[in-house]
Design a protein around this ligand. Structure first.
Ligand SMILES: [Fe+2]
Length: 444
């Protein structure tokens, strides 16, 4: 949802906050939700910038930042490339976000330079210094979920007047924003629950196959979203459709190998080559997974089904399972080749979601250590992916991979395989380049 650059008149704030809060129920993806919550909270008071911190154990992790001034001003900006993501604070009362998280109170500060030196909290200038952007006026609100637990804080920075000058906070800002942020926190809590449940399913699979970790699932989901967003823009997919898919694709992607639960762990972890029968059992994970989502109760079910069913097909038709009956695994009528086996789907017979997952999954396998190989570096992995363009992979999806090369390392840094880091990052937002929502205020 976007807004014109007109300032919102005070009398309209309540109505707007109610409308915006209701719209949050449309989304299930943590990333998109964070993106929208922050953007819309900023729009209520015309704030130029903002951040959301989420609580992880005894830390606050900067989950998302938006800054129209920096994004306009020459830094290279997808927001996932802003320099301060992965910023982590201890939870104590010394920072504004920490104080608000602990005390569950709102702090509205018209001028950070004038904070009482005896106050328990101070404005940290580290980010200001690294970006040359001064946070003058800052309002920080707790994200309160049920039962009145704080899951972090949202910070809105530098509300602007119609001339682009920083103004103070209006009397009703706290009340209106508190109402909106309360609804936002509840929506966020539900989305996080959904992602957590999905990642727990992945952990169940990792008991069978050590490669299938929550970190791998999140990296694949993140890269798949990056690839889809680039591909969809290049193919003029309307923005409402892009948003709908981006809302569901990460969760669908995390389930891509759920069918491995049907394959004996002794085969999935077997060193060396598999015999014909073992290979058939491993390949059976596709149909086993797809069957779990064959009944489409929701659009997410349908997308997950397509992702699972098509993620091992190849652009050149040499993948699997091909044109088979879901229950029997036998070729569909008139869909078998000369050897009697089912023909593989080829080209655009494969859903775009399967074509994207194939690229994301194989790329992550290449740059990760496996029982049968060490990790390859990024340039070698990209070279291999390019060589397979038009054979294993859809050339246009490989083009999207090339176009998004800059986020590959960030995705790996965000979801490393080490458990310690994973505990901090599990169900945190993906490092996907977000949809841009500029507020378009002039800046003096
Ligand atoms: Fe798979």
């Amino acid at each position: 949802m976007t807004f014109s650059c007109e300032l919102i008149r005070d009398a309209e704030k309540d109505r707007l906050a109610g409308h915006l809060a209701a719209s949050l129920t449309e989304l299930v993806d943590v990333d998109l939700l964070l993106e929208r919550i922050l953007h819309e909270a900023r729009s209520i008071i015309s704030a130029e910038a903002g951040s959301i911190y989420l609580r992880r154990k005894d830390k606050l992790v900067l989950a998302i930042s938006q800054n129209d001034y920096l994004e306009r001003g020459g830094m290279d900006h997808n927001r996932s490339e802003l320099p301060f993501l992965n910023y982590i604070l201890d939870i104590n009362k010394e920072s504004l976000a920490g104080y608000v998280t602990i005390e569950k109170k709102v702090l509205a500060i018209d001028n950070t330079m004038e904070i009482d030196p005896d106050a328990p909290f101070q404005h940290y200038t580290a980010i200001d210094n690294s970006t040359n952007y001064i946070c003058e006026a800052v309002i920080t609100l707790p994200l309160l979920c049920q039962p009145e637990e704080s899951m972090g804080a949202i910070q809105l920075i530098n509300p602007l007047d119609e001339n682009g000058a920083v103004k103070g906070f209006a009397d009703d800002d706290v009340q209106v924003l508190s109402f909106y942020v309360k609804s936002a926190a509840l929506a966020l809590e539900k989305a996080m629950m959904l992602r957590s449940m999905t990642l727990r399913s992945v952990e169940v699979i990792s008991a069978h196959d050590p490669q299938e970790t929550p970190a791998h699932a999140q990296r694949v989901a993140c890269l798949a979203s990056e690839l889809y967003e680039h591909w969809a823009k290049a193919h003029m997919v309307p923005s409402y459709e892009r948003t709908r898919i981006l809302d569901h694709l990460p969760l669908a992607a995390m389930f891509h190998d759920i069918g491995k639960i049907s394959v004996p762990a002794s085969i999935l972890t077997k060193p060396g080559r598999l015999d014909h029968q073992e290979r058939a059992l491993v390949e059976g994970h596709v149909l086993a997974g797809a069957r779990l989502f064959r009944i489409h109760r929701t659009p997410l079910d349908k997308l997950t089904y397509q992702v699972i069913l098509d993620h091992h097909e190849r652009w050149d038709g040499q993948g699997y399972p091909g044109w088979v009956d879901l229950d029997t695994g036998l070729p569909l009528k008139d869909r078998s080749g000369p050897d009697g086996r089912a023909r593989g789907k080829r080209g655009e017979e494969i859903s775009i979601y399967g074509r994207i997952l194939a690229v994301a999954d194989v790329y992550d396998a290449l740059v990760s250590r496996r029982s049968y190989k060490d990790s390859f570096d990024e340039s070698l992995s990209i070279q291999i992916m390019e060589q397979e363009s038009g054979r294993h992979f859809d050339p246009q999806v490989i083009e999207s991979l090339m176009a998004r090369k800059k986020v590959l390392k960030r995705i790996r840094d965000r979801y490393p395989d080490s458990m310690e880091s994973l505990e901090l990052t599990t169900d945190l937002p993906l490092a996907r380049a977000p949809v841009a929502y500029p507020l378009n205020h002039p800046r003096m």
